[in-house]
Every structure is written in C-alpha cells, then in structure tokens.
Design a protein around this ligand. Structure first.
Ligand code: 5GP
Length: 180
C-alpha cells in the first residue's frame, strides 16, 4: 500500500500535534457546555477517534453518513444522506468533525440541515482544508492543515474505498488511478 504514495503531505507526527492542538482549543472554546461531536462517515473515523481523546469535556458523539463522491476523484456536487444522526440536536451545540473540506458542498448542506433542525450552534472542525477547490465561500472554524488542490488519501480518506488505513495523508501516484 505504501508503495502507491508519491508524497506524504501530513505525517503521523503532524497529525498527532494537530489533534492535540485542536483538542485544547475546542476544550477551551466549549468550556461549560456539552457539545455534540458529529462525525461524517467514513472518512472522519481516525480523526474523530484521535481528536476526541484530546477534548477534556463531557461530549456526545454521533455519526452521519453522507456522500458526494461516487468512487471517482472529483466532487459530483450531489450530497446524499445515507445514514442520519441517532440523536435529536435541537438546542444543542454541534461540532461537525470532517476529514477534508474541498468544494464545501457537503458541509454547507449539512450545516443548513442542522440549523433547520434547531441546533443552537453549528461549527466545523476539519483535519484538512483545500480552499482551492471551493464552490461556496466557506471558512471552517477549526482547521488542522491547509493543503493545495490535490487528491489525497490516507488517515480516513479513500480512493475507491482503499487507503483509509494509511497512518498519514499522502498523494497517490498518478498511475494508480489511471490503471484502476
Ligand atoms: P466537499 O463536499 O467539500 O467537496 O468534499 C467533502 C468530501 O469529499 C470529503 O469528506 C471527502 O470524503 C471527499 N473529498 C474531498 N477532497 C478529497 C480528497 O482529496 N481525497 C479524498 N479521498 N476525498 C476527498
């Protein structure tokens, strides 16, 4: 698997530092509240797991599954809810935990939905931000690392359901998606 990676963009050490720093900021900003951390499956799983350990607060954790990509490498712009939240969120402070914000189609749609459901506040924490891909004006509240407009895999991010278990974030060799 590692041989398919051309370049490592965010190393395991970078990720550990990011989770520690963001966890401390979130602990501070949400002090005295009980926020709901909402992870967007499946890409959020490693990040949610590592980040949540650094948040020293009582939190609820819930997951949603939405899709905008259908096995390819560019966003279709069409956001579909495949699994909804288990808990009601009316009156709650919501922190959405994302692997990456690219066009922002997904996050803008989910934020509107949560506001419509009566959330008290909705903020976004993303491991990676790719502002070069934006189709909406949108700035995440918490950003682990800003990256250039490239297709990345690893640490939750897939190409055709593979590479989610890489411990770092990297760029695939172009021949991998030409041949699969
Ligand atoms: P957006 O709606 O902001 O365009 O994209 C959100 C979702 O698209 C992310 O949660 C992720 O699943 C997928 N995505 C966006 N950019 C990348 C990327 O570079 N690599 C991978 N593997 N998925 C991406």
């Amino acid at each position: 698997m590692h041989k398919d990676i051309a370049d490592i963009l965010v190393s395991e050490q970078d990720i550990a530092t990011i989770c520690k720093d963001l966890g401390a900021q979130i602990t501070n900003d949400y002090a005295g509240t009980r926020p709901v951390l909402v992870g967007l499956l499946k890409g959020c799983v490693p990040f949610m797991s590592d980040l949540a350990k650094h948040i020293d607060l009582y939190v609820d954790i819930d997951y949603m599954s939405v899709s905008s990509y259908h096995g390819g490498i560019s966003s279709s712009g069409d956001v579909k809810i495949k699994k909804d939240l288990d808990m009601p969120i009316s009156g709650r402070d919501i922190l959405i935990v994302e692997d990456i914000v690219d066009t922002a189609n997904t996050i803008v749609t989910i934020m509107k939905l949560f506001e419509h459901r009566g959330a008290k506040s909705v903020k976004i924490c993303t491991l990676l931000d790719k502002p070069g891909g934006r189709q909406h004006h949108f700035i995440p509240d918490y950003i682990g690392k800003t990256i250039p407009k490239a297709f990345v895999v690893g640490y939750g991010l897939d190409y055709d359901e593979l590479y989610r278990n890489l411990p770092y974030v990297g760029i695939l060799k172009p021949e991998i998606y030409r041949t699969s």
